[in-house]
Design a protein. Structure first.
Length: 322
């Protein structure tokens, strides 16, 4: 009997996965694990491990005796210790294309909401008032803004494309993408320091890595234009939350729009839940019926390929298949 361990999931059930993995001699064992203590017995005998948010750390990976692949429900893989999996020869696969349009759309919604003060003005009317809810100088025209895009992968490129009709200046920092490719998209390549100093809006679309964690910290935030807007739909740990909060309170950052945060959920006593210049969402930018189905089907198909001994797609930790 072959076993697929699903460590955790936020879906109503696993019927989509069961349909694809309805193979002879295959069983799905599912949990809602949050700790290594819960994960180790679940994954020990698993031939495939599918995970969403559970911490697949070196201890958990070290307990895997049969795993042919670890599959992440999502684009980011920062909950999986890639080095530990590589050392064990276990491929780690993600699902990189399931929510590109959703996150790009949500980014644009956040940009427009922040520049046009959509939320304060809505609440103003809801409270029985009329007229502008904020000072006039907080009502910005997107065409007059310089938008800095950090990360020019699939989502960053789609954000840039959506911004093109608004005719704003678009700066891009991505050390991996060649400058000609950035210019071909109608954007300007820029070093990170220049992007931060020149941008009215900074939107983050890079993965969480050792190089990018706390990319926006006390020092880099101080280099932003006074009153700049910060948008984050990538990973919460790209921003030092304490430094962000202090900058929002001081006015160094004029507004923030966050679908992700560090930690998540945002603590109930955090000023980020109450500040009028903050728009928050609960890590839902990827959500749509189509995206959720694509995510689950792709993860299950990678799992099925591993069980059949077929080539795997989207290996992100450099493990070579025989």
């Amino acid at each position: 009997m072959l076993s697929v361990a699903v460590t955790d999931y936020t879906f109503p059930d696993l019927e989509v996965e069961r349909e694809i993995l309805r193979l002879p001699g295959v069983q799905i064992v599912a949990g809602q694990c949050k700790t290594a203590e819960e994960l180790v017995p679940l994954v020990r005998e698993a031939d495939v491990v599918i995970t969403q948010f559970a911490p697949i750390n070196s201890r958990v990976i070290g307990a895997m005796q049969k795993a042919r692949v670890i599959v992440r429900y999502g684009v980011g893989v920062d909950n999986v210790d890639l080095d530990a999996a590589r050392a064990r020869g276990i491929p780690v696969c993600n699902v990189p294309e399931f929510c590109i349009d959703e996150v790009a759309d949500h980014t644009l919604a956040f940009l427009l909401a922040a520049t046009r003060q959509v939320v304060p003005n809505c609440l103003h009317v809801r409270d029985g008032k009329w007229g502008l809810a904020t000072p006039l100088d907080q009502m910005r025209t997107l065409r007059e803004q310089t938008v800095g895009i950090v990360g020019f992968g699939r989502i960053g490129r789609e954000v840039a494309a959506r911004l093109a009709p608004f005719k704003c200046r678009r700066l891009v920092f991505d050390p991996i993408v060649p400058a000609p490719a950035i210019r071909e998209a109608g954007c300007e390549p820029a070093p990170l320091d220049d992007l931060l100093a020149q941008s009215d809006i900074v939107t983050l679309h890079c993965p969480s890595t050792a190089q990018t964690r706390k990319l926006l910290n006390g020092e880099s935030i101080a280099s932003l234009k006074w009153g700049a807007i910060v948008v984050n739909l990538a990973r919460g740990d790209l921003i030092d939350t304490a430094a962000l909060t202090a900058a929002l309170l001081s006015g160094q950052i004029g507004a923030a729009a966050l679908d992700v945060c560090d930690p998540e959920p945002i603590p109930l006593d955090s000023p980020l839940r109450r500040l009028p210049n903050v728009i928050t969402a609960s890590h839902i930018a990827s959500a749509s019926v189509k995206a959720a189905r694509t995510l689950r089907e792709t993860a299950a198909r990678i799992a099925a390929a591993a069980l059949r001994g077929e080539p795997l797609s989207n290996i992100v930790n450099g493990v070579k298949q025989p």
